[in-house]
Each structure stands twice: as C-alpha cells, then as structure tokens.
Design a protein around this ligand. Structure first.
Ligand code: NAP
Length: 287
C-alpha cells in the first residue's frame, strides 16, 4: 500500500485557525499581538517567505510590521533597528529573515533579539531552555515536524528516530524535540558511516540535508514516518525536498510532501509562537 501523504497545508490551516481563535479572544481585551519582520536586501526566496508570513499574520488577525532594509545595511544600523523593536512594547515578536548579507554577523543579530520576543526560537536563551526542557519558544520548523509526525497517530515514545542533518535551525533541535518525546535518536551528518543502514532502521526519519532525491527507497524501513524538510530545486527548476518521493512512497507508512508539507507548518508554528509571546506578555502584566 502506498504511504499516506501528510497534508501539511491542512495541518497548517488547523494550527492557524487555533491561533486566530486565540487572537480573537485576546483582542477582546484591547491589545493587538504584533509581529515585526525585518528583511535585509532583495533575496527573491526571502521576499517570498516574508510575504507569506505577513499574509498569514493578516489571516489570523495578527498585526505585522514589515521592515525592509537595503542590501548594504551595516551591522550597526540593523542592530539599532532590532533594538528599536525590542524596546517597543507594541511589538511582541521579532523575526529577522535569514540569510543576512555577508557584512552582517548573523549571531550578533540573533543575540540582540530579547528571548521573550524571539518567536523563531533561535536565541541562545531559548535554545538552552529547550535543551533542559524549560518553557521556551520552539524553533518553528522542528516543532512543525513533530506536529506532523503526531498528526499521523504515530507514537514517538520508544521509537527509533533518525535525523539526517545537524544544523542549529533544523537538525539539532529536531533531534532534541524527538528525544524529549522519548524517541531513541540518531543524528546523521556528512561524516556518518553506514548512513543507509542507520536510516533503514528508523521508525521516524527526518531529512534535513538540502539535496534533492537524497533519501531513496532502500534507506527507508517499511511503514516508517518520513518527514521531508528539504527545499531544493530539481534539474527542471521545480521545488522539491530531500526525499525521492515516488520511490519512498512505495515503502514508507507516511510521507510529507514538498511543497505542501513542512513549509506551511513552519509558518503556522511561527504564528502560534507569536500568539504565545503576546499571551506571556499579558501574564507578566497581570502578575
Ligand atoms: P544546512 O545547514 O546546510 O545543513 C545540512 C545538513 O545536512 C548538515 O548537517 C550536513 O552535514 C548534512 N549533510 C550534507 N550532506 C550530507 C550527506 N551526504 N550525508 C549526510 N548528511 C549530510 O541546512 P539546513 O538549514 O538544516 O536545511 C536543510 C534543508 O531544509 C535545506 O534544503 C533547507 O532549504 C530546508 N529548510 C526548510 C525549511 C522549511 O520551512 N521547509 C526550513 C529550514 C530549512 P554536516 O553538518 O556534516 O555538514
């Protein structure tokens, strides 16, 4: 039987509907949740992502501020912009679209976002809190992956989970979140020996490599849940993931598509984090 396709768009719509309900209830109390998005330069892919985030905010009733800075913006100018938003009590979430131009140190910019407004979950404080299981904003892509796995009814507890990729924004946090759900986790990377054998033992396989067609049918355990994080262009210029979908769908139990999988869930989790940022502010004010 071919794998069941995990409908990321439908799941994202449900997550956004939840966020919209919360926004409605919160707005009745007179304050609007607001996400500020900073884009530096004119990278076409980044422009598309930012537009998507702004549109989705509007759909959920979340106010957004879009700050577009020229490609030659200096680090000091960008840090000053982040500081302005950090000090602005009407802004609840701050997102700086990555990648940034070469003259800017990404780490310094992420460090400048206060943890309570870091809705991307990239700041060292949020990363550390996630590591030790304290309340924090979860990074949107890995958190979306977990929701997708759970939406299939797959129990993560006790399963063998393999994550291919160890980046700070996807691979490592995905592995930590799976570990927190009691999976036995293996993280693979470009130095891993016996990658195929390791993957073929996975009940849950998360691919975050950045190479079209990297995961082939012989790397997948029959019935496994396969989450494809990759966003690549194939030889025809078409958007595709890391998984050879046609082949893997014959073996896996569940598979997430690209497009229409992790991408929409990532934005939905961002909106969910923004609402949470707003709720936490309210809690602080009432304390
Ligand atoms: P990245 O920083 O380039 O990391 C890629 C990882 O893959 C690295 O850990 C690398 O290992 C590993 N890798 C590369 N070649 C390998 C090989 N032959 N065997 C095993 N591992 C290998 O990329 P990323 O930021 O994590 O993103 C991964 C993919 O997800 C990209 O396609 C990106 O566009 C996509 N993405 C999608 C979303 C979304 O919203 N859908 C969000 C973020 C990223 P080393 O560490 O050893 O180099």
């Amino acid at each position: 039987m071919p794998a069941t396709v995990i409908d990321g768009k439908a799941l994202a719509a449900a997550t956004k509907a939840e966020a919209a309900e919360k926004v409605k209830a919160l707005k009745a109390q007179g304050i609007n949740p607001c996400l500020a998005v900073i884009l530096v330069g004119e990278n076409p892919a980044s422009q598309v992502y930012v537009r998507g985030k702004i549109n989705d905010c509007a759909q959920c009733g979340i106010e957004s501020r879009s700050i577009n800075l020229p490609a030659d913006t200096t680090q000091d100018a960008l840090l000053a912009e982040v500081k302005k938003l950090a000090d602005d009590s009407a802004v609840h979430g701050i997102l700086v679209q990555l990648p940034l131009p070469a003259q800017i140190d990404e780490k310094a910019v992420i460090d400048a976002i206060p943890p309570e407004k870091d809705v991307d979950g990239f700041s060292p404080v949020n990363v550390g809190r996630m590591q030790i299981g304290e309340p924090c904003y979860l990074p949107c892509t890995p958190a979306g992956c977990i929701r997708m796995i759970e939406s299939t009814g797959t129990k993560i507890d006790g399963k063998n989970a393999v994550v291919i990729g160890r980046s700070n924004i996807v691979g490592k946090p995905a592995a930590l979140l799976l570990l927190a759900k009691n999976a036995t986790v293996t993280v693979c990377h470009s130095h891993t020996a016996n990658l195929k054998e390791i993957c073929a033992n996975a009940d849950i396989l998360v691919a975050a490599v950045g190479r079209a067609g990297f995961v082939t049918g012989d790397m997948v355990k029959p019935g496994a849940a396969v989450i494809d994080v990759g966003m690549n262009r194939n030889a025809e210029g078409k958007l595709c993931g890391d998984v050879d979908t046609e082949e893997v769908a014959k073996v896996a139990g569940y598979i997430s598509p690209v497009p229409g999988g992790v991408g929409p869930m990532t934005i939905a989790m961002l909106l969910s984090n923004t609402v949470e940022a707003y709720e936490r502010r309210l809690q602080k004010i009432s304390q």
